[in-house]
Design a protein around this ligand. Structure first.
Ligand SMILES: [Fe+2]
Ligand SMILES: [Fe+2]
Length: 286
């Protein structure tokens, strides 16, 4: 068991505290101001988490982590093995009432299945958070979850808690603070270095096997400034604009599919065995 108790580097009680915060932030009918108040006072652990995220996600940090993880040298695992591995992440949750990581993934994919979404999308629903195993590799919470954003160009004020960027080392680099930064206008989001986390990592793992729509859902599912606030249009290309609707289609399942009924893994397993076999090899590189 890999138990991560909250500490100065990992201020969230559990990784899901960030997901719960997102759900509250995007609950219909809440004004931007209400979010802000909720942000700062009700969830000090979340605010501290964002402070660490925004201060530490620099260009140098991101390039270093991409070099470390995107070559996929962490061994080979099947999807079930990866899911079981993620399940060993037991943070400060209540084992009697809280759902396991696998149960969370199944709730997302099963909600898609009930809605008759395409099979590749149901697969995306199941795998989309498997990159959270980065925590088990020793990465801090702020380097695994959190809304993502491009590095190497000016930060959008649509990113939650933008004030925390003041102490990011890239704040004093004029190139990184210009609108386009190290990028060309409309270079395409796939050519942008995103703040490092579980999204980019799982997209790299799945890249050889899934369609662009699926890979966009994986790579950009936490890129709220773009898919929910319309920021970074100046970096978008035609492909990004075409893919955005799919990323938006994915988002409600990620935000709102969590319930408290435990999915019956034993009963569901044959369906998922077939689904994985349809798109993926037995073992994938991680
Ligand atoms: Fe996620
Ligand atoms: Fe998720």
């Amino acid at each position: 068991m890999n138990s991560i108790a909250p500490n100065a580097l990992n201020p969230l009680k559990q990784l899901e505290e960030w997901d719960d915060f997102l759900e509250g932030r995007y609950r219909e009918g809440k004004s931007e101001d209400e979010f802000r108040q909720y942000d700062a006072t009700a969830t000090p652990g979340v605010a501290e988490f964002y402070r660490l995220n925004h201060e530490n996600q620099t260009v140098d940090y991101v390039l270093g982590k991409e070099a470390e993880y995107f070559a996929l040298t962490r061994g080979s695992k099947s999807i079930w093995e990866a899911a079981e591995y993620l399940n060993t992440l037991v943070d400060d949750s209540d084992p009697d009432t809280d759902l396991t990581q696998i149960e969370h993934l199944l709730q997302t994919s099963e909600a898609m299945r009930r809605d008759g979404q395409p099979r590749w999308m149901i697969l995306v629903g199941f795998v989309h958070d498997l990159g959270k195993c980065l925590c088990l590799y020793g990465e801090p919470q702020w380097g695994v979850v959190g809304d993502t954003f491009p590095v190497g160009c000016a930060w959008s004020d649509k990113i939650v808690f933008p004030e925390y960027f003041k102490k990011n080392a890239d704040a004093s680099n004029p190139l990184y603070q210009s609108e386009y930064g190290i990028y060309e206008p409309h270079c395409g989001l796939e050519n942008v270095h995103m703040s490092f986390g579980h999204d980019g990592y799982i997209a790299e793992v799945m890249k050889p096997y899934l369609c662009d729509e699926a890979l966009y859902m994986l790579r950009f599912h936490s890129f709220y400034p773009w898919h929910s606030h319309g920021a970074y249009k100046h970096l978008e290309n035609d492909k990004d604009r075409a893919m955005l609707e799919w990323v938006k289609k994915f988002n409600p399942y990620d935000l709102y599919s969590k319930g408290h009924t435990k999915p019956d893994l034993k009963q569901l397993k044959p369906y998922y065995d077939d689904l994985f076999a349809e798109f993926l090899p037995d073992k994938l590189s991680w």
